[in-house]
Ligand binder design. Structure first.
Ligand SMILES: [Cu+2]
Length: 218
């Protein structure tokens, strides 16, 4: 009886400590030339499907600034509402023809448009009918455990309960595949896991059109 009580107490302590300290994983993303890769999305899925928490959709923002989508790559959890505020003093006509979600919205300067709900996991490619160079990506994740790599190639996925995870990576230079998989990681509450990942990406050239020659109104 005494042992049983102790075990239950130990189990409660373990549960509480699990809540207090979640694990984290730092991933270093490099390309085929060993250069750091920014804008890569890292996603972790518990190997045991019963450990997958319910997704909590959020309100997210993809801005239009200087005739570009900001950020260029935006990972969001499935079900999230995406707002497209227009910070430019010109009009934009944002569209997606992606199977994940197809939509078109007219964005007038200073007016807010209705948000778009992205409930299906996958990739949404954003374009603009007025500025044909404008290109952006929304990665709609089917897991709450994700992060995007910074320009130095590092991504930190936080708030991970201890356990085993399948990890995926996606980058615009990998095209429309859902992500490269195959790696499994074990997360420990007490330490930060480290993982190096080298991916093959096609070069993505982005030219700033901040001072585009097109006149006002465009
Ligand atoms: Cu535009």
């Amino acid at each position: 009886m005494q042992i049983l009580k102790f075990k239950r107490w130990a189990a409660i302590c373990l549960f509480l400590s699990g809540l207090a300290h979640a694990g984290e994983l730092r991933v270093f993303v490099k390309d085929q030339h060993a250069k750091p890769v920014g804008d890569a999305v890292l996603l972790l899925t518990p190997v045991d499907p019963s450990k997958m928490p319910r997704l909590k959709p959020k309100d997210e923002v993809v801005d239009q600034i200087d005739k570009e989508f900001m950020p260029y790559v935006k990972p969001v959890v499935a079900g999230s509402k995406i707002f497209f505020p227009n910070k430019d003093n010109v009009r934009h006509h944002v569209y997606s023809f992606s199977p994940t979600k197809s939509f078109e919205i007219q964005l007038y300067s200073g007016k807010s448009a209705a948000p778009v709900v992205l409930d299906k996991p996958g990739i949404v490619v954003l374009g603009c009918n007025i500025h044909d160079w404008m290109l952006g990506y929304i990665y709609v994740a089917d897991t709450p455990y994700f992060a995007k790599s910074k320009a130095d190639g590092t991504a930190l996925i936080e708030g991970l309960p201890e356990g085993d995870y399948q990890i995926r990576i996606w980058h615009p230079g990998m095209g429309m595949i859902a992500g490269e998989t195959g790696k499994q990681v074990s997360i420990n509450d007490e330490s930060t896991g480290q993982l190096n990942w080298q991916i093959n990406v096609k070069p993505v050239t982005r030219i700033s059109r901040k001072n585009s020659s097109q006149g006002p109104g465009y």
